[in-house]
Design a protein. Structure first.
Length: 347
């Protein structure tokens, strides 16, 4: 009999106490229909929820040995939570799924079918977005097309983080040291065979979205700055243009003065010009500062995440022997240490 393939269902959570059990039920229903070919685990990474999410996950882990829970010491952000989830996935493939159930778990079947056809990355392409304003919908469309136009890589349009990635992609992600990862672009830029599956998002049934407009704007900025040097080149181009204008303007005034032209005092024009120059310099320095800030964060000796607690009542962690040269080795060792403490105490 052919051994079943282990699939990791990766779910980052933050204040989702009302959604964890419905999500678990729907994933279990989907995977039970595939049990002849696949085994599965559900790996939750809790971004230090402030409600009862962790307690409900702990109860789920007692009921279902396939459930694993990793809790962080603080909120490290959505993208880092996803990356940590991938890093600790044991399966031959991992499927990232949001806990709010806007992305249908039933699409897992189609993702796996495409994966079996040889695709290393299968991602969902969002169609209709119920209850989303036309303004926000339009901004999203503009963003995806803008980042694709500016990027040196080809990035998919209207794709979020609902995706399946192969083990080979997971192993590449284990070497990522970025403190502000933008996984949509990072995975797309890796290459491999990739395909998009169109679907319509469901409305959030319970709870509130954790993404405010400012957070979405920050994610958009991460996407542009992570995959494009165009802003830096734009700053250089604008600098050359301004220098050219200043040079030819000065040359014009000198020539005109030599022919007897008399220029009135233009304090207002001068003030506007000075203010414009200051604003332009501030803008260009701000763009450069964004890149320098990211370099600073990436060279700091900080872990990707810090794990505070682990719940794993399943089988031994055979595949989790940490590579001491991996940037995630400290995280892996922490997981194993907490897991050993649980087993020693009878947990």
């Amino acid at each position: 009999m052919t051994p079943r393939k282990l699939i990791s269902i990766c779910v980052p959570v933050y204040n989702e106490e009302d959604n964890v059990r419905p999500l678990h039920e729907r994933v279990r229903t989907v995977m039970s229909g595939l049990e002849q070919r696949y085994d599965y685990e559900i790996l939750f990474t809790d971004n230090r929820s402030e409600d009862r999410t962790f307690e409900r996950l702990a109860a789920l882990a007692l009921e279902d040995k396939r459930v694993r829970v990793i809790r962080f010491s603080r909120n490290f952000g959505f993208q880092r939570s996803i990356l940590a989830n991938y890093v600790h996935a044991r399966g031959v493939a991992a499927i990232q799924l949001d806990c709010d159930l806007q992305d249908p778990p039933e699409l897992i079947t189609e993702f796996l079918r495409r994966w079996e056809e040889g695709y290393s990355v299968v991602y969902g392409v969002r169609g209709n977005r119920p209850r989303e304003s036309r303004f926000l919908y339009g901004l999203r469309r503009i963003f995806y097309r803008l980042i694709d136009a500016l990027s040196e890589d080809t990035l998919p349009h209207d794709a979020g983080d609902f995706r399946l990635i192969d083990r080979r992609v997971i192993e590449e992600l284990r070497h990522v040291r970025d403190q502000q990862p933008y996984l949509r672009g990072l995975i797309a830029a890796m290459g491999f065979r990739q395909i998009g599956i169109p679907y319509n998002r469901a409305p959030r049934a319970r709870g509130r979205s954790k993404f405010s407009f400012l957070r979405l704007l920050g994610l958009a900025l991460d996407g542009i700055l992570h995959h494009s040097t165009v802003p830096l080149r734009l700053a250089t181009a604008v600098g050359f243009v301004m220098c050219g204008i200043a040079f030819f303007g000065a040359l014009y005034f000198l020539v005109a003065r030599s022919f007897g032209a008399d220029w009135p005092e233009g304090w207002a024009s001068l003030s506007v010009l000075v203010l414009f120059s200051i604003g332009l310099n501030a803008l260009l320095l701000g763009i450069i500062g964004e890149y320098i800030g990211r370099i600073f964060k990436n060279v700091k000796p900080m872990p990707l995440v810090i794990i505070d607690d682990v719940i794993d009542h399943g089988q031994d962690r055979g595949a989790m022997n940490p590579d001491p040269t991996s940037p995630t080795a400290e995280i892996d060792a922490k997981v194993m240490r907490l897991d050993s403490q649980q087993k020693a105490s009878g947990g």
